[in-house]
Design a protein around this ligand. Structure first.
Ligand code: RB5
Length: 142
C-alpha cells in the first residue's frame, strides 16, 4: 500500500528529507514540488482525496507549523490528522485516536526529531477498546 506525503512550501525541504530517509516506504508524493509558495488548503485536499479514494491508507502532511494543513485535513470526513511535536504525541495519536495522517511542522522540527516521530507513528497500533467507540463518534459529527 502506498503512503501519502504532501507539503506546502514551508514543509517542502523536510518532505524531501523524509523520502530520502525512508526509502523502503512506497511514497505517493502529492506535492508541492518546489519552494514556490502554494496554499496549504489546496495541498491538504490532494492528500485527503488520496485517502478517500483508497489510493493511500495513511499519510504525512507538512506545512510550516503543521497547524494549517492539519486544520484543513480535518475538515474532510474519515480523516483523522494529528499534529504531533514529539514521540509521545505521535504514539498517542495512533494508540487512542487511530490517526491516519501525521501532521508535522517543517519549520518546527529538525530532521532527526521528525524521523523519530514518523517511525513511532508508523509502528504504533491503535488500541481499540473504549477508543474505538470514540473514534466511531467522530464519523457522525455532522
Ligand atoms: C506558510 O508561510 C505558512 O503559513 C504555512 O506553512 C503554515 O505554517 C500554516 O499553518
Amino acid at each position: 500500500m502506498l503512503t501519502g506525503i504532501v507539503s506546502d512550501h514551508g514543509g517542502f525541504a523536510l518532505k524531501e528529507e523524509i523520502k530520502k530517509h525512508f526509502p523502503d516506504i512506497n511514497w505517493k508524493d502529492y506535492g508541492c514540488f518546489s519552494e514556490e509558495s502554494v496554499d496549504y488548503p489546496d495541498m491538504a485536499k490532494y492528500l485527503a482525496k488520496g485517502i478517500l479514494s483508497n489510493e493511500i491508507s495513511r499519510g504525512i502532511a507538512i506545512c510550516g507549523t503543521g497547524i494549517g494543513i492539519s486544520i484543513a485535513l480535518n475538515r474532510f470526513n474519515h480523516i483523522r490528522a494529528a499534529l504531533c511535536h514529539d514521540i509521545v504525541t505521535a504514539e498517542m495519536a495512533r494508540k487512542h485516536n487511530d490517526a491516519n495522517i501525521l501532521s508535522i511542522g517543517g519549520r518546527i522540527l529538525d530532521n532527526e526529531k521528525a524521523f523519530a516521530i514518523i517511525s513511532t507513528f508508523f509502528t504504533t497500533e491503535f488500541e481499540g477498546g473504549r477508543h474505538q467507540r470514540r473514534v466511531e463518534k467522530l464519523e457522525t459529527m455532522g
